[in-house]
Design a protein around this ligand. Structure first.
Ligand SMILES: NC(=O)c1ccc[n+]([C@@H]2O[C@H](COP(=O)([O-])OP(=O)(O)OC[C@H]3O[C@@H](n4cnc5c(N)ncnc54)[C@H](O)[C@@H]3O)[C@@H](O)[C@H]2O)c1
Length: 414
């Protein structure tokens, strides 16, 4: 019988609503017992939302149970309804300091929905208190912070998951990874990721985002940390989690219309980065919040000696040789054939259930501390390499990060 994981939510801003819905979708496996935000009104609002959402879900579980044709289908729905209805009696505790919450509450895990500058200190505090951690993306601002988070969780024997796991938990991603790692695609020698928005800069072209998004001290970086992080995470998963060895990046800010706000805006609007992995693969990542580029193919492209993936489509080369009268090979006639993927006959949990499963077993979440560290090495390395104007190794990345001048942990582009 798996344990019902008691969750404390840290950070009650925009994205925290998806955490509340995520855990309330699994009443058998999780219970939100506390919320915390340095802004008291935000914590209060989300605590009320936990109670109202639980009540609404309890009502619909009862309605579903009444419609269920068999006792087997009905009983779990009734049990879920009872668990959700219990929120109104138990309530949700409210805190403004996560250290207080960790001390005062009997939690199993925390769910972090704060800006990136809080991810490392809150994760280390939670791990030291023996709590599992689910962390929003990006995992951290720097590789050093990500490594501290991973190491603290490993040392404490708790699980660390982060939000980009949602990019990997489906049959197609599983199948692509299998093609790549089993050799069915031949030698996988190169990949490319392209992801552009035309005008999608938070707080420049689109409003209503936290003020921290454009300030690297709080966010770590711009487009590559905000949107690039998802696809970089998926690419690492699809490639079988290779370790970055060297990183060469460029970054740009200066798209029109220009930013006219009063807040600090020192983050990149475009980043391109070339990564060599220790296993010989290499990958180019191109990511833009704001580009004059539309209608071009976007996504993840993987090049293998026997075939390729263009996003989720598999192409296999099935050409033939022309031969002369003596049977000598004269010319190869290529024939790239789109080939259906062999999908696994399995169901995949959502990212919250994946985390809860890991809390209750020896399994690691699909996007865990090791994967998040590689993703952060690529993101932080790209901006540092851009700043230095040359390729850097991952070892050097940590040395350079150690030189940073506090309290400016980010790497604003010149
Ligand atoms: N907004 C989005 O569309 C979106 C989508 C996916 C993921 N994310 C990620 O989720 C995280 C949060 O983003 P958001 O948009 O919800 O930001 P937000 O600014 O709306 O909310 C962040 C909340 O964290 C609180 N906070 C700050 N420091 C804290 C601390 N020390 N302890 C407790 N609470 C603290 C703030 O008061 C605020 O309520 C970021 O890492 C972001 O990249 C955001």
């Amino acid at each position: 019988m798996s344990k019902r994981i008691k969750i404390g939510l840290i950070g009650c801003g925009m994205i925290s609503g998806s955490h509340i819905n995520g855990y309330l979708a699994h009443p058998q496996h999780a219970e939100i017992v506390a919320v915390c935000d340095t802004v008291a009104a935000n914590a209060k609002r989300r605590a009320a939302e936990v109670l109202s959402t639980a009540a609404a879900r309890a009502k619909s579980a009862i309605a579903d149970a009444e419609k269920a044709g068999t006792a087997e289908a009905r009983e779990p729905l009734k049990a879920d309804a009872a668990r959700l209805a219990a929120y109104s009696d138990n309530g949700v505790k409210i805190f403004n300091d996560y250290n207080e919450m960790l001390k005062a509450c009997d939690l199993d895990a925390v769910s972090l929905a704060t800006p990136p500058f809080v991810h490392e200190p809150a994760t280390v505090a939670a791990a030291n208190a023996g709590k599992h951690v689910f962390c929003e993306k990006p995992m951290a601002r720097t590789a050093t912070e990500a490594r501290n988070m991973r190491d603290a969780c490993n040392k404490a024997g708790v699980k660390l998951a982060y939000q980009s796991g949602g990019t990997c938990l489906d049959a197609t991603s599983y199948a692509i990874r299998d093609y790549v790692t089993s050799g069915k695609l031949g030698d996988v020698y190169y990949g490319r990721l392209t992801s552009y928005r035309v005008r999608g800069r938070p707080n420049v072209d689109m409003f209503g985002f936290g003020r921290w998004f454009l300030n690297s001290v709080y966010s770590g970086g711009g487009t590559i940390y905000d949107t690039g992080v998802y696809l970089i995470n998926r690419s690492i998963y699809l490639l079988g989690s290779p370790q970055p060895a060297t990183i060469s990046g460029i970054a740009y800010r200066g798209m029109l219309p220009e930013y006219t706000g009063e807040e600090i805006n020192d983050v990149e609007e475009h980043a391109s980065v070339f990564v060599r992995f220790t296993n010989g693969m290499s990958f180019t990542y191109e990511n833009g919040w704001s580009s004059n580029m539309s209608g071009q193919p976007q996504g993840i492209f993987i090049f293998g000696s026997k075939g390729a993936f263009s996003n989720n489509k598999l192409f296999v080369e099935e050409g033939t040789w022309d031969t002369d009268e003596q049977g000598n090979r004269r010319r190869y006639r290529e024939n790239l054939v789109e080939t259906p993927l062999e999908l696994p006959d399995a169901s995949f949990p959502d990212k919250f259930r994946d985390f809860l499963n890991a809390c209750n077993s020896d399994a690691q979440p699909v996007s865990n501390g090791d994967v998040g560290l590689k993703v952060t090495e690529i993101m932080s390395g790209s901006l540092l390499s851009a700043k230095l104007g040359r390729e850097i190794s991952v070892e050097e990345l940590y040395e350079l990060e150690a030189l940073r001048t506090e309290p400016t942990p980010g790497w604003p582009i010149p």
